[in-house]
Design a protein. Structure first.
Length: 307
């Protein structure tokens, strides 16, 4: 629902690879309006970011003054609007003082791109997830443990003393999509459906016998042909096998740790179930709330440091 923008103070933006989320905010941190778009980074050339943003928010901008836009995610990547250089771990989640200021043609906006985090050695990068981590730490400043951020590329981040100490990325979500959409297994799975028992059995099998996963994946196709394996069970087993080998590799992160999973449905639920099966009781937090909290924290620092 559109509300009056008389008290618009700043704009929070999460500009991902495939989607853009905008929150129009007042000076108390209250959301006046939320806008979602499929104009993600992958569909835009650098010169198209500003027109896309203005097209979505232009009618809400005041005629006078400049509204800060605090942006996290892939808009700050090398292929995005402008590159926001990475901060190097171990480090606090980077905030507005490390942001890249974008020159805009429209004087009504001032755009700040938050940087991601890089890790060397054990080369790794994150961009967007660090803002969710900042959002979680804004509510839990003394947290010492591990944050799991499921998605196309799942991140496991070790947090201590307010810093991202180390992290590891797994391409599990992308592998799942490739297997379900482009491999022979596409004939065995449906678009939805879930079999919790099949998932949990697959997680257990993958963790105990990770070297057998490639063969067990093809068995799903064979059981579809020979035993009429249900498509929901097939989909759940693929997910369980892939998450299982990820959990096996990520064991140093979650074993004996306080674990938080960012997300409360879908794939986040699957990760929580897999961890629970292994005796690691993770708690879940809402991903969108963590992103917005992180952007709020960055904006708060901006107004504190602006003369």
């Amino acid at each position: 629902m559109t509300q009056t923008m008389d008290n618009l103070c700043w704009i929070a933006a999460d500009w991902g690879t495939s989607h853009l989320r905008l929150w129009l905010m007042d000076d108390q941190g209250t959301v006046l309006r939320h806008i979602g778009s499929d104009r993600g980074m992958s569909s835009l050339a650098p010169q198209e970011f500003e027109p896309t943003l203005i097209d979505l928010i232009g009618d809400s901008l005041p005629d006078q003054g400049s509204i800060p836009v605090v942006c996290c995610g892939m808009a700050g990547s090398r292929q995005g609007w402008a590159e926001a250089p990475y901060s190097k771990a171990p480090c606090e989640p980077p905030s507005i003082d490390q942001a890249t200021r974008v020159q805009t043609a429209d004087p009504r906006i001032s755009v700040f791109l938050l940087p991601g985090i890089k890790q060397l050695p054990a080369a790794d990068v994150m961009r967007g997830e660090e803002t969710q981590i900042a959002g979680f730490l804004s509510e839990n400043p003394k947290f010492d443990g591990v944050i799991c951020l499921p998605g196309t590329h799942c991140k496991w981040a070790h947090i201590s003393a307010g810093e991202v100490v180390s992290f590891r990325t797994f391409m599990t979500g992308e592998l799942f999509a490739l297997l379900c959409d482009a491999s022979v297994l596409r004939h065995s799975v449906g678009d939805d459906g879930w079999d919790a028992a099949a998932f949990e059995a697959a997680v257990s099998d993958a963790m105990s016998r990770p070297s057998a996963v490639a063969g067990n994946l093809f068995s799903i196709r064979a059981e579809t042909l020979l035993c009429d394996l249900d498509s929901a069970a097939a989909r759940s087993r693929i997910s369980g096998l892939l998450i299982g080998i990820e959990l096996a590799a990520a064991r140093p992160y979650w074993l004996g740790q306080d674990v938080v999973v960012v997300g409360e449905s879908g794939i986040a639920t699957a990760y929580s179930a897999g961890l629970s099966q292994q005796g690691a009781m993770a708690r879940n937090v809402t991903a969108a709330n963590m992103t917005l909290n992180g952007l709020r924290a960055a904006y708060t620092k901006l107004i504190e440091t602006t003369p």
